[in-house]
Design a protein around this ligand. Sequence first.
Ligand code: G1P
Length: 315
Amino acid sequence: MNATTATLTATVTKAVIPVAGLGTRFLPATKATPKEMLPVVDKPAIQYVVEEAAAAGLEDVLMITGRNKRAVEDHFDNNTELEHALATKGDTARLDAVRRVTRLAHMHHVRQGEPLGLGHAVLCARSHVGDEPFAVLLGDDLIGPGEGLLERMLRVRARYGGSVVALMEVAPDRTHLYGCAKVEPAGGAGSAYDAHDPLVRVVDLVEKPAHGTAPSNYAVIGRYVLDPAVFGLLEKAQPGHGGEIQLTDALRELAHSDDHPVHGVVFSGRRFDTGDRASYLRTIVELACERPDLGPDFRSWLTDFVRAGHEAPGG
Ligand code: G1P
Protein backbone atom coordinates (compact mmCIF):
# COMPACT_ATOMS: atom_id res chain seq x y z
CA MET A 1 0.00 0.00 0.00
CA ASN A 2 1.47 3.41 -0.88
CA ALA A 3 1.42 6.47 1.36
CA THR A 4 -1.48 8.16 -0.46
CA THR A 5 -3.70 5.12 -0.17
CA ALA A 6 -2.79 4.77 3.51
CA THR A 7 -3.95 8.34 4.16
CA LEU A 8 -7.20 7.84 2.30
CA THR A 9 -8.14 4.75 4.24
CA ALA A 10 -6.91 5.89 7.65
CA THR A 11 -10.30 5.27 9.22
CA VAL A 12 -11.75 2.62 6.92
CA THR A 13 -9.86 -0.67 6.96
CA LYS A 14 -12.55 -3.29 6.53
CA ALA A 15 -14.52 -4.51 3.55
CA VAL A 16 -17.66 -6.60 3.89
CA ILE A 17 -18.69 -8.77 0.95
CA PRO A 18 -22.05 -10.56 1.18
CA VAL A 19 -21.92 -13.89 -0.68
CA ALA A 20 -24.85 -15.75 0.85
CA GLY A 21 -27.21 -15.57 -2.15
CA LEU A 22 -28.54 -18.77 -3.69
CA GLY A 23 -27.67 -17.88 -7.29
CA THR A 24 -30.99 -19.21 -8.59
CA ARG A 25 -30.67 -17.29 -11.88
CA PHE A 26 -27.76 -19.51 -12.84
CA LEU A 27 -29.23 -22.92 -11.99
CA PRO A 28 -28.28 -25.65 -12.61
CA ALA A 29 -24.69 -24.29 -12.77
CA THR A 30 -25.03 -23.06 -9.18
CA LYS A 31 -26.55 -26.23 -7.74
CA ALA A 32 -23.26 -27.24 -6.10
CA THR A 33 -21.04 -24.25 -7.02
CA PRO A 34 -21.47 -20.78 -5.52
CA LYS A 35 -22.39 -18.19 -8.16
CA GLU A 36 -19.46 -16.06 -6.96
CA MET A 37 -17.14 -18.82 -8.22
CA LEU A 38 -18.40 -18.72 -11.81
CA PRO A 39 -15.41 -17.82 -13.95
CA VAL A 40 -15.07 -14.45 -15.61
CA VAL A 41 -12.38 -15.31 -18.16
CA ASP A 42 -9.99 -17.21 -15.85
CA LYS A 43 -10.76 -15.81 -12.40
CA PRO A 44 -13.89 -16.36 -10.33
CA ALA A 45 -16.09 -13.26 -10.20
CA ILE A 46 -15.47 -12.83 -6.47
CA GLN A 47 -11.71 -12.47 -7.00
CA TYR A 48 -12.22 -9.24 -8.98
CA VAL A 49 -14.18 -7.83 -6.03
CA VAL A 50 -11.53 -8.76 -3.45
CA GLU A 51 -8.83 -7.33 -5.74
CA GLU A 52 -10.77 -4.07 -5.92
CA ALA A 53 -11.01 -3.87 -2.11
CA ALA A 54 -7.31 -4.66 -1.71
CA ALA A 55 -6.36 -2.07 -4.36
CA ALA A 56 -8.22 0.56 -2.30
CA GLY A 57 -6.18 -0.45 0.76
CA LEU A 58 -8.91 -2.51 2.43
CA GLU A 59 -7.02 -5.63 3.35
CA ASP A 60 -9.39 -6.91 6.02
CA VAL A 61 -12.18 -8.64 4.15
CA LEU A 62 -15.20 -10.22 5.82
CA MET A 63 -17.32 -12.50 3.67
CA ILE A 64 -20.89 -13.03 4.78
CA THR A 65 -21.43 -16.58 3.63
CA GLY A 66 -24.24 -19.10 3.63
CA ARG A 67 -24.69 -22.78 2.93
CA ASN A 68 -22.76 -24.13 -0.04
CA LYS A 69 -20.02 -21.45 0.03
CA ARG A 70 -17.03 -23.59 1.01
CA ALA A 71 -15.49 -23.09 -2.43
CA VAL A 72 -15.34 -19.30 -1.87
CA GLU A 73 -13.46 -19.82 1.40
CA ASP A 74 -11.12 -22.37 -0.21
CA HIS A 75 -10.35 -20.08 -3.14
CA PHE A 76 -8.69 -17.51 -0.86
CA ASP A 77 -6.90 -20.14 1.24
CA ASN A 78 -3.63 -22.00 0.60
CA ASN A 79 -3.77 -25.14 -1.49
CA THR A 80 -0.46 -26.76 -0.54
CA GLU A 81 -0.98 -29.84 -2.71
CA LEU A 82 -1.59 -27.76 -5.84
CA GLU A 83 1.24 -25.33 -5.01
CA HIS A 84 3.61 -28.26 -4.50
CA ALA A 85 2.60 -29.82 -7.83
CA LEU A 86 3.12 -26.53 -9.70
CA ALA A 87 6.46 -25.92 -7.96
CA THR A 88 7.67 -29.42 -8.86
CA LYS A 89 6.79 -28.79 -12.51
CA GLY A 90 8.53 -25.43 -12.41
CA ASP A 91 5.29 -23.69 -13.50
CA THR A 92 6.12 -20.44 -11.73
CA ALA A 93 3.59 -18.28 -13.59
CA ARG A 94 0.63 -20.40 -12.44
CA LEU A 95 2.16 -20.86 -8.99
CA ASP A 96 2.38 -17.07 -8.62
CA ALA A 97 -1.21 -16.65 -9.79
CA VAL A 98 -2.42 -19.21 -7.24
CA ARG A 99 -0.37 -17.75 -4.37
CA ARG A 100 -1.33 -14.16 -5.18
CA VAL A 101 -4.98 -14.94 -4.42
CA THR A 102 -4.10 -16.03 -0.89
CA ARG A 103 -2.10 -12.87 -0.25
CA LEU A 104 -4.68 -10.36 -1.45
CA ALA A 105 -6.28 -9.75 1.94
CA HIS A 106 -6.84 -11.09 5.43
CA MET A 107 -9.99 -13.08 4.92
CA HIS A 108 -12.66 -13.63 7.55
CA HIS A 109 -15.99 -15.40 7.29
CA VAL A 110 -19.25 -15.26 9.12
CA ARG A 111 -22.39 -17.22 8.33
CA GLN A 112 -25.73 -15.62 7.63
CA GLY A 113 -27.93 -18.33 9.11
CA GLU A 114 -31.10 -17.31 7.28
CA PRO A 115 -31.47 -15.51 3.93
CA LEU A 116 -33.28 -12.46 5.34
CA GLY A 117 -31.93 -9.89 2.88
CA LEU A 118 -28.94 -7.63 2.17
CA GLY A 119 -29.58 -5.48 5.25
CA HIS A 120 -29.53 -8.58 7.44
CA ALA A 121 -26.32 -9.79 5.75
CA VAL A 122 -24.64 -6.46 6.55
CA LEU A 123 -25.89 -6.67 10.16
CA CYS A 124 -24.07 -10.02 10.45
CA ALA A 125 -20.81 -8.03 10.08
CA ARG A 126 -21.44 -6.00 13.23
CA SER A 127 -19.24 -7.82 15.74
CA HIS A 128 -16.32 -8.01 13.28
CA VAL A 129 -16.59 -4.38 12.16
CA GLY A 130 -17.26 -2.85 15.58
CA ASP A 131 -17.65 0.91 15.83
CA GLU A 132 -15.78 1.82 12.65
CA PRO A 133 -16.83 2.94 9.19
CA PHE A 134 -16.57 0.11 6.66
CA ALA A 135 -17.06 -0.65 2.99
CA VAL A 136 -19.60 -3.03 1.47
CA LEU A 137 -18.97 -4.50 -1.98
CA LEU A 138 -21.66 -6.54 -3.74
CA GLY A 139 -20.31 -9.41 -5.78
CA ASP A 140 -22.67 -9.06 -8.78
CA ASP A 141 -21.17 -5.68 -9.69
CA LEU A 142 -17.63 -5.66 -11.04
CA ILE A 143 -16.01 -2.25 -11.36
CA GLY A 144 -13.41 -1.88 -14.10
CA PRO A 145 -9.91 -2.33 -12.66
CA GLY A 146 -8.26 1.06 -12.14
CA GLU A 147 -11.53 3.06 -12.08
CA GLY A 148 -10.79 4.15 -8.50
CA LEU A 149 -14.45 4.30 -7.47
CA LEU A 150 -13.91 2.93 -3.96
CA GLU A 151 -10.96 5.29 -3.43
CA ARG A 152 -13.19 8.25 -4.35
CA MET A 153 -15.84 7.05 -1.93
CA LEU A 154 -13.28 6.68 0.87
CA ARG A 155 -12.11 10.26 0.22
CA VAL A 156 -15.69 11.50 0.55
CA ARG A 157 -16.12 9.63 3.84
CA ALA A 158 -12.82 11.06 5.14
CA ARG A 159 -13.92 14.58 4.23
CA TYR A 160 -17.59 14.60 5.17
CA GLY A 161 -18.10 11.59 7.49
CA GLY A 162 -21.44 9.83 7.28
CA SER A 163 -22.11 7.22 4.61
CA VAL A 164 -21.41 7.11 0.89
CA VAL A 165 -23.14 5.22 -1.91
CA ALA A 166 -22.08 4.78 -5.52
CA LEU A 167 -24.66 6.02 -8.02
CA MET A 168 -24.95 5.45 -11.71
CA GLU A 169 -27.47 6.90 -14.14
CA VAL A 170 -29.58 4.17 -15.70
CA ALA A 171 -32.34 4.22 -18.31
CA PRO A 172 -35.77 5.00 -16.81
CA ASP A 173 -37.02 1.51 -17.70
CA ARG A 174 -34.32 -0.04 -15.47
CA THR A 175 -34.80 1.91 -12.24
CA HIS A 176 -37.11 -0.82 -10.84
CA LEU A 177 -34.09 -3.15 -10.64
CA TYR A 178 -32.15 -0.97 -8.17
CA GLY A 179 -32.27 1.15 -5.10
CA CYS A 180 -32.87 4.69 -6.45
CA ALA A 181 -31.81 7.97 -4.90
CA LYS A 182 -33.31 11.43 -4.74
CA VAL A 183 -30.32 13.79 -4.76
CA GLU A 184 -29.31 17.42 -4.28
CA PRO A 185 -26.00 19.16 -5.03
CA ALA A 186 -23.55 18.17 -2.28
CA GLY A 187 -23.15 21.61 -0.75
CA GLY A 188 -26.92 22.10 -0.44
CA ALA A 189 -29.43 23.41 -2.98
CA GLY A 190 -27.87 25.97 -5.32
CA SER A 191 -24.22 25.00 -4.86
CA ALA A 192 -21.93 24.22 -7.79
CA TYR A 193 -21.88 20.75 -9.31
CA ASP A 194 -18.43 19.53 -10.33
CA ALA A 195 -18.88 17.53 -13.52
CA HIS A 196 -15.36 16.09 -13.19
CA ASP A 197 -15.91 14.64 -9.74
CA PRO A 198 -19.68 14.61 -9.29
CA LEU A 199 -20.78 14.35 -5.70
CA VAL A 200 -24.34 14.66 -4.52
CA ARG A 201 -26.20 14.60 -1.24
CA VAL A 202 -28.72 11.77 -1.05
CA VAL A 203 -31.96 13.03 0.50
CA ASP A 204 -34.14 9.98 -0.12
CA LEU A 205 -33.82 6.39 -1.29
CA VAL A 206 -36.33 3.84 -2.54
CA GLU A 207 -35.60 0.14 -2.99
CA LYS A 208 -36.71 -1.14 -6.41
CA PRO A 209 -39.37 1.51 -7.11
CA ALA A 210 -42.36 0.45 -9.21
CA HIS A 211 -42.27 1.54 -12.88
CA GLY A 212 -42.69 5.28 -13.21
CA THR A 213 -42.23 6.07 -9.50
CA ALA A 214 -38.42 6.35 -9.16
CA PRO A 215 -37.25 9.62 -7.55
CA SER A 216 -34.53 9.90 -10.25
CA ASN A 217 -32.49 7.80 -12.67
CA TYR A 218 -29.65 7.55 -10.14
CA ALA A 219 -29.35 3.88 -9.23
CA VAL A 220 -27.32 2.61 -6.29
CA ILE A 221 -24.68 0.24 -7.61
CA GLY A 222 -23.07 -2.26 -5.31
CA ARG A 223 -20.47 -0.14 -3.49
CA TYR A 224 -21.07 1.51 -0.13
CA VAL A 225 -18.95 3.13 2.59
CA LEU A 226 -21.08 2.99 5.70
CA ASP A 227 -21.08 4.68 9.06
CA PRO A 228 -21.47 2.13 11.89
CA ALA A 229 -24.68 3.98 12.83
CA VAL A 230 -26.29 1.82 10.13
CA PHE A 231 -26.12 -1.23 12.42
CA GLY A 232 -28.54 0.20 14.97
CA LEU A 233 -31.05 0.94 12.21
CA LEU A 234 -30.65 -2.50 10.63
CA GLU A 235 -31.26 -4.13 13.98
CA LYS A 236 -34.63 -2.39 14.27
CA ALA A 237 -35.52 -2.62 10.58
CA GLN A 238 -38.79 -4.17 9.48
CA PRO A 239 -38.93 -6.28 6.32
CA GLY A 240 -39.19 -4.05 3.25
CA HIS A 241 -39.25 -4.76 -0.48
CA GLY A 242 -39.65 -8.49 -1.17
CA GLY A 243 -40.20 -9.17 2.56
CA GLU A 244 -36.45 -8.74 3.18
CA ILE A 245 -34.44 -6.51 5.52
CA GLN A 246 -33.19 -3.89 3.07
CA LEU A 247 -29.93 -1.94 3.40
CA THR A 248 -31.59 0.79 1.32
CA ASP A 249 -34.25 1.33 4.01
CA ALA A 250 -31.63 1.84 6.74
CA LEU A 251 -29.74 4.25 4.48
CA ARG A 252 -32.96 6.16 3.82
CA GLU A 253 -33.32 6.70 7.57
CA LEU A 254 -29.75 7.98 7.74
CA ALA A 255 -30.40 10.27 4.77
CA HIS A 256 -33.45 11.72 6.55
CA SER A 257 -31.50 12.36 9.78
CA ASP A 258 -29.58 15.59 10.38
CA ASP A 259 -26.41 14.14 11.88
CA HIS A 260 -25.45 11.34 9.43
CA PRO A 261 -25.19 12.62 5.86
CA VAL A 262 -25.42 10.18 2.99
CA HIS A 263 -23.43 11.26 -0.06
CA GLY A 264 -23.55 9.80 -3.54
CA VAL A 265 -20.49 9.50 -5.74
CA VAL A 266 -21.72 9.58 -9.33
CA PHE A 267 -19.91 6.95 -11.36
CA SER A 268 -19.80 6.86 -15.14
CA GLY A 269 -16.92 4.44 -15.62
CA ARG A 270 -16.86 0.77 -16.49
CA ARG A 271 -19.23 -1.39 -14.49
CA PHE A 272 -19.93 -4.99 -15.31
CA ASP A 273 -22.99 -6.79 -14.07
CA THR A 274 -22.60 -10.52 -13.52
CA GLY A 275 -26.01 -10.85 -11.87
CA ASP A 276 -27.92 -12.43 -14.76
CA ARG A 277 -26.97 -14.70 -17.61
CA ALA A 278 -27.01 -12.19 -20.48
CA SER A 279 -25.01 -9.50 -18.66
CA TYR A 280 -22.63 -12.18 -17.32
CA LEU A 281 -21.90 -13.24 -20.90
CA ARG A 282 -21.34 -9.63 -21.96
CA THR A 283 -18.96 -9.16 -19.02
CA ILE A 284 -16.85 -12.13 -20.09
CA VAL A 285 -16.69 -10.96 -23.71
CA GLU A 286 -15.74 -7.39 -22.75
CA LEU A 287 -13.10 -8.40 -20.21
CA ALA A 288 -11.64 -11.06 -22.52
CA CYS A 289 -11.33 -8.40 -25.27
CA GLU A 290 -9.40 -6.16 -22.85
CA ARG A 291 -6.91 -8.84 -21.84
CA PRO A 292 -3.47 -8.32 -23.39
CA ASP A 293 -2.82 -12.08 -23.55
CA LEU A 294 -6.19 -13.15 -25.01
CA GLY A 295 -7.70 -9.96 -26.41
CA PRO A 296 -6.09 -9.60 -29.85
CA ASP A 297 -6.95 -13.15 -31.03
CA PHE A 298 -10.32 -13.16 -29.32
CA ARG A 299 -11.35 -9.81 -30.83
CA SER A 300 -10.45 -10.91 -34.31
CA TRP A 301 -12.38 -14.20 -33.87
CA LEU A 302 -15.34 -12.24 -32.46
CA THR A 303 -15.34 -9.85 -35.40
CA ASP A 304 -15.41 -12.78 -37.85
CA PHE A 305 -18.09 -14.51 -35.83
CA VAL A 306 -20.35 -11.47 -35.75
CA ARG A 307 -19.77 -10.76 -39.44
CA ALA A 308 -20.63 -14.35 -40.35
CA GLY A 309 -23.72 -14.16 -38.15
CA HIS A 310 -24.90 -10.97 -39.88
CA GLU A 311 -24.31 -12.33 -43.35
CA ALA A 312 -25.83 -15.76 -42.79
CA PRO A 313 -29.60 -15.02 -43.04
CA GLY A 314 -29.36 -13.19 -46.38
CA GLY A 315 -26.85 -15.65 -47.83
C1 G1P B 1 -29.04 -4.75 -4.29
C2 G1P B 1 -29.59 -3.55 -3.50
C3 G1P B 1 -30.03 -2.45 -4.46
C4 G1P B 1 -28.87 -2.07 -5.38
C5 G1P B 1 -28.34 -3.32 -6.10
C6 G1P B 1 -27.08 -2.99 -6.89
O1 G1P B 1 -30.10 -5.34 -4.98
O2 G1P B 1 -30.66 -3.98 -2.68
O3 G1P B 1 -30.45 -1.33 -3.73
O4 G1P B 1 -29.30 -1.11 -6.30
O5 G1P B 1 -28.01 -4.36 -5.18
O6 G1P B 1 -26.62 -4.06 -7.64
P1 G1P B 1 -29.99 -6.81 -5.66
O7 G1P B 1 -29.40 -6.60 -7.01
O8 G1P B 1 -29.14 -7.64 -4.76
O9 G1P B 1 -31.40 -7.31 -5.74
